[in-house]
Design a binder for this molecule. Structure first.
Ligand code: SF4
Ligand code: SF4
Length: 359
């Protein structure tokens, strides 16, 4: 199972070029508003250096906040991606597409954009009507961008969500409409109980699904732009800041972290079973990203895993697989120190043995 996931990591990077947004939706995972932080000075240049360290990178997503709210920043990031022949896409609410003319003019200002995802849901509708979405979608298509509408809603679709979907399908091709589930993070935390009741529990939690790191507007680096981006405090999957230290140090820390390697190689079913076995599983995880969020949000929960991640035998086996998967792409520093202390003749953790066995 590891071979599908780990070598692909780093094909896709995401960067919040700003956390500011002209809207202030009630479910916003990044807690954005017009008063949120802009991208920090030097973010684009340092991001370019970070991107250069990921030779497998094929795509960069410019996100936020609202990337179109920082047009100068967006142009700079697009230029850097074009120079490196990496495709760039943007996720937007489409607030700038009041008329077909305004939509076309805005896209003329961002040459180099390859794809456009227009995000919508009933919360956005308070500020951005369906006409804006239609204008942005048509302008994206006319410009030859790979254009999608992403519709976020409850697992059990509500009446207003169904109505919105029908209106969007009046102008949007079915294959260009992506569905996403409303998630209880950031400002949507207040819907946690309601969402827990209506979202089906995943029987198998599986591996971390991230395809590459996420860089915040402040330069902080986490392994994904999923649930944990809503956490503003430092946590177990916080790997440093490309504005405050060399990008190579941040990358090496990410790719040699035992927690990250465990969720990529062994997955969350292994962690759930481990906690269960040691009598420390005191909540019922519903999905990989929700489990990950709880472990990162609550240091008390994460501490229960520390003895596992500090176990030299476990670490040795984990790093040995990671090196096999990444080759030169992986920092070999931890394995060298582990080799020095490795005790031979011990048995392999069964899940690790399985992960190293060819299918
Ligand atoms: S959900 Fe999107 S559009 Fe709404 S405030 Fe957040 S970043 Fe802006
Ligand atoms: S929240 Fe955790 S499990 Fe989900 S994609 Fe991010 S790092 Fe992976």
């Amino acid at each position: 199972m590891a071979s599908d996931q780990l070598p692909d990591y780093g094909r896709h990077l995401a960067v919040s070029i700003t956390n500011a947004c002209p809207l202030q939706c009630g479910h916003c995972i990044s807690n954005s508003s017009p008063k949120s932080r802009q991208g920090f000075q030097g973010l684009a240049e340092n991001f370019a250096g970070f991107l250069d360290l990921w030779p497998k990178a094929r795509h960069v997503t410019l996100t936020g906040g609202e990337p179109f709210y920082d047009l100068a920043g967006m142009k700079l990031f697009l230029e850097l991606c074009v120079q490196r022949e990496v495709r760039a896409g943007a996720i937007t609410s489409g607030y700038w597409a009041k008329t077909p003319k305004a939509a076309a003019e805005m896209l003329n200002k961002v040459p180099g954009l390859h794809s456009l995802t227009i995000s919508s849901d009933v919360f956005h509708q308070q500020y951005v009507s369906v006409d804006f979405i239609a204008n942005a979608y048509r302008a994206g298509r006319e410009r030859g961008l790979l254009t999608h509408v992403r519709l976020t809603g409850h697992a059990e679709t509500k009446d207003d969500e169904r109505e919105l979907r029908a209106k969007i399908l009046d102008f949007c091709d079915r294959e260009d409409l992506e569905d996403a589930l409303l998630a209880p993070y950031g400002r949507a935390e207040e819907f946690r109980e309601e969402l827990a009741r209506s979202t089906p529990r995943e029987a198998k939690l599986g591996l971390c699904p991230s395809s590459g790191p996420h860089i915040f507007e402040s330069g902080r680096v986490t392994p994904c732009c999923n649930s944990i981006v809503s956490l503003e405090q430092e946590h177990a999957l916080d790997f440093g800041n490309i504005l405050g230290e060399p990008s190579s140090a941040v990358k090496a820390r990410l790719l040699s972290d035992e927690f990250f390697l465990t969720i990529k190689i062994l997955g969350f079913d292994f962690l759930r079973d481990y906690l269960d076995e040691i009598g420390e599983l005191d909540f019922a995880p519903v999905s990989a990203c929700e489990f990950c969020f709880q472990l990162c949000k609550e240091p008390r929960q994460f501490r229960k895993l520390e003895s596992l991640f500090k176990n030299p035998e476990f670490r040795f086996q984990l790093h040995a697989i990671a090196i096999g998967e990444y080759g030169n792409h992986f920092s070999g520093a931890p394995i060298k120190s582990l080799l020095a202390t490795h005790v031979t003749g011990t048995e392999m953790v069964p899940e690790l043995e399985q992960a190293t066995t060819p299918a």
